[in-house]
Design a protein around this ligand. Structure first.
Ligand code: PGA
Length: 248
């Protein structure tokens, strides 16, 4: 069985009819023998439709965000338990669009990450540098600080289950993916940082690459030793293209 995880981040896209077409295509073609493992992260209103539509497959469902609170008077928020109630096993935390457009700071991201772990969801922590930071050779410093900000607030040990998605901000939606070699260098660095917490954790933690992954670059990216799969945005909205990436 493939160790590669291919995750779809639909962002704020979709409709009931889009979801039903997508599910039909995936459910009738996907099998774990010939494809990598799949995870789909639709917007909240479609979680139930996706989960019911894919219930006969082993495709996993994830959410794109989670409240840092358990329950109560937090208008507009969606709790960990509500996600579990909709068959979510995974949740994106700290996506750069939430950091930059919605102003989410490291301490909020740390609380969300913590809540996911506490409620037995697998958080997918998204990290990555801007173009400016890359030009100034600050990539490692940024990555280190983004991971440390999370790890400092939580008692992570060798049993903790989470995923990291390295998504250079300049590569997201730009068509300019990192080269497989450059992405590999950063992934190796990420594993080195996790090793400071625990060697076992560094070995077991999946590190996905995200940022303009498509059918032409997926195979080479997924063949790198420290790249354990991809977080796919734009290219995940086309079901047959997404399936083709999942076969690379
Ligand atoms: P992209 O987005 O594949 O459209 O670059 C990836 C992401 O933001 O998760």
């Amino acid at each position: 069985m493939s160790k590669i995880l291919v995750a779809a981040n639909w962002k704020m896209n979709g409709s009931k009819s889009f979801v039903s077409d997508f599910i039909r295509e995936i459910a009738s073609n996907y099998n774990q023998e010939h494809y990598h493992k799949l995870l789909i992260c639709p917007p909240f209103p479609y979680l139930d439709q996706v989960s019911k539509g894919l219930s006969k497959t082993d495709i996993q469902i994830g959410a794109q965000d989670i409240a840092q609170f358990e329950n109560g008077a937090y208008t507009g928020e969606v709790s960990a338990e509500m996600l579990s109630d909709n068959d979510c096993k995974y949740v994106l935390v700290g996506h750069s669009e939430r950091r930059t457009i919605l102003g989410e700071k490291d301490h909020i991201i740390s609380e969300k990450f913590n809540m996911a772990i506490k409620k037995n969801l697998v958080p997918i922590l998204c990290i990555g540098e801007t173009h400016d930071q890359k030009e100034k050779s600050l990539t490692e410093e940024i990555i280190d600080s983004q991971i440390t900000a999370i790890a400092d607030g939580i008692d992570l040990d060798k049993h903790s289950k989470f995923i990291i998605a390295y998504e250079p901000i300049w590569a997201i939606g730009s068509g300019l993916s990192a080269t497989p070699e450059d992405a590999q260098d950063v992934h190796e660095f990420i594993r080195y940082i996790i090793k400071k917490i625990s060697k076992e954790l560094a070995e077991s933690t999946q590190i996905l690459y995200g940022g303009s992954v498509n059918i032409n670059n997926a195979k080479k990216l997924f063949s790198m030793p420290d790249i354990d799969g991809g977080l796919i945005g734009g290219a995940s909205l086309d079901s047959s293209g997404f399936l083709a990436i999942a076969k690379q």
